[in-house]
Design a protein around this ligand. Structure first.
Ligand code: ATP
Length: 244
């Protein structure tokens, strides 16, 4: 780990330019009838190109809420998110759809693969949505499958693959459109520890090779050790940095 800090937006990774992600004063309140849960409270940080940031915290601390807001899957009650210059929290839904298609790749705990499609077809989904020409699509899918070590499994459907292999397909799919930001919510949550570690090493490697920024919510100690930085959430707010 280069550093382990709680970020107020002023920290930066060495040798990088401006931030890819800026989160400023983020607040999210869930309302169920008269009951209110403040899931995030005044959360701010910046993420730089090529950084792998782990978001750690107990169950219910706000990790998923934060990732959903950064990825434009939900709207905050206050604060701002900017990703690659796009004002995520202010954009209309149609523009958000394009942003999620072109700029952000998502990886979920439950893999989220389409069961009737082969591994190659799953990886190709974002390329189809972006109307990438067939030859280019096939070349990119084949490169991605070999990058995640699944070139021999291209024609298998998700149920014919192990959990770790399914998550590799999901990683390849998330990278298909060359996103600038990867958002991964508990990507090893359904995997045994050894397979989880392999997925984390894969994520670590692709963040380097593809030059993306990754924001990964996890309880998994093996990712924590591979991350450039750890942001620690506690009851919806970042804990202060550890004293050196
Ligand atoms: N849709 C919702 N409606 C009401 N409350 C919610 C909703 N989603 C989350 N919460 C509450 O907001 C808080 C933060 O939840 P969140 O899912 O972001 O935590 P988390 O750190 O991702 O937890 P876990 O590790 O269990 O996934 C929790 O108190 C949760 O109960």
């Amino acid at each position: 780990m280069k550093q382990q800090v709680t970020d107020n937006g002023t920290e930066r990774a060495p040798g990088e330019g401006g931030p890819l992600v800026t989160v400023d004063g983020l607040r999210k309140v869930y309302r169920t009838g008269p009951k209110e849960v403040v899931a995030l409270h005044d959360v701010s940080f910046a993420a730089y190109p090529g950084e792998l940031i782990a978001v750690r915290g107990r169950s219910g601390s706000g990790k998923t809420t934060l990732l959903n807001l950064v990825g434009g899957l939900d709207r905050p009650d206050g604060g701002h998110v900017v990703v690659a210059g796009h004002p995520v929290t202010e954009m209309p839904e149609t523009a958000l759809l394009e942003l999620r298609r072109d700029v952000i790749g998502f990886i979920f705990q439950s893999f989220g693969l389409v069961p009737v499609l082969s591994a190659a077809e799953n990886v190709g989904i974002p390329l189809r949505l972006a109307r990438t020409p067939v030859a280019e699509r096939e070349e990119r899918v084949s490169m991605l499958l070999s990058m995640v070590g699944l070139e021999k499994h291209a024609n298998q459907r998700p149920y014919e693959l192990s959990g770790g292999q399914q998550q590799r397909v999901a990683v390849a799919r998330a990278l298909a459109n060359r996103p600038r930001l990867l958002v991964a919510d508990e990507p090893t949550g359904q995997l045994d520890s050894q397979t989880g570690r392999q997925i984390m090493q894969l994520l670590r490697a692709v963040v380097r090779s593809e030059g993306v920024t990754a924001l990964v919510a996890t309880h998994d100690p093996s990712l924590i050790t591979l991350a450039d930085r750890v942001l620690e959430l506690h009851d919806g707010t970042f804990l202060p940095p550890p004293t050196p």
